[in-house]
Design a protein around this ligand. Sequence first.
Ligand code: GLU
Length: 445
Amino acid sequence: MYDLKPFLEYVKEVNPGEEKFHQAVKEVFGDIIPYIKDKPEYENAAILERLSEPDRMIRFRVTWQDDDKNIHVNRAWRVQFNNSIGPYKGGLRFHPTVNEDVLKFLGFEQIFKNALTNLPIGGAKGGSDFDPKGKSDDEIFRFCKNLMMELHRYIGDDTDIPAGDIGVGKREISYLFGQYKKLTNRFTGTITGKDIDFGGSLIRTEATGYGLIYFVSNMLEEKNEVLKGKKVLISGSGNVAIYACEKAIELGAKVITLSDSDGMIYDKEGVDEEKLAFVKELKEVRRGRIREYAEEFDCEYREGENPWSVKCDIALPCATENEISDEDAQKLLDNGVKLVAEGANMPCMDKASQLFRKSDIQYAPGKASNAGGVAVSGLEIAQNKIRLQWTAERVDDKLREIMKDIHDQCKNYGTNGEDSIDYVKGANIAGFEKVANAMLAFGPI
Ligand code: GLU
């Protein structure tokens, strides 16, 4: 019978040193192993061994020239993890911390997240250790172009559909898509997150952040609560943070923090529409630092700090993995946080996540609460296939429906006792069921 401890030892042995990947596997299989204890068919088919081994990993060199004509070499990867329920799907991340460990943890998480959307998409992730910070548009263009020279061989609208992630936004997606189109001489929906003028979906930019807030509203509803009047901490100031903030404000919440890798702003008055417009321009156009918000609107800026020591009702980590340590989690709990929902992928360290799960607060894992982005990517694929563009209202309604459905799957599989929902367990089991059953149906391939 599967047993978590020896299974994790096996995972560590075959993937030495990949700590984030081990963390992600532990978090998912910690719930799956008890669930399949009376279902020997999964073990007989070695489903967990197969699920924790990517179908394929492609690694390649990207050579590019900077504006001073110096030549640089970076590594890039595509991890095609599992395509049991649809073509590989997941973002590309450009960040100096990217390596095989990070991409395997992200690709693994993506399998279950994508399954939860109920759309036909498998799990993948990719990216490069290239650092876009401080690079000119020309440099970014040359890097994207040369990356696609290699990547285009492995992707396709029925094979593998990349999108954005940290460091890959509208500009990068446009360069990547333009190059893909040129190399293949085909206009297909092989990349999502495209501009609406050339095959993108309305609401895709907002989708992860909006979806997160729809999910939070569904969670609050379970407690007969609403967002209006709640004090909210948001970390990050990228795409997820910005649109989570926008929707939270629209629903009457008070968002009092935002952050970046240098520090955080604490705005006691709350971020409003005008201030958020400033953040959008700062981060999406000028690519500046969040400290400028504090200078512009005369609020507190804490260099080198994260938001988690501020008293709040709701905390939404929307920056990056492992941004909440166990001390941070304890501080949030001591300060009376009622709900934590992850906008980033695996933002809670293992112990932080365990603390939240043991407490009586509501706690949602990223694979459920941040699935709105990839869900609208799935809708973008559908629109590209039929060569139509749906209205913003239609996409937004579908996003709401999908988030509600993910919430209800978590509830179905994660209800403990009368009224407490373990969202982590629910999301893990609901995602696993679909993918594992497809794998069983295919036989041992
Ligand atoms: N990078 C996003 C995620 O973590 C979106 C992926 C996509 O749209 O394919 O889910």
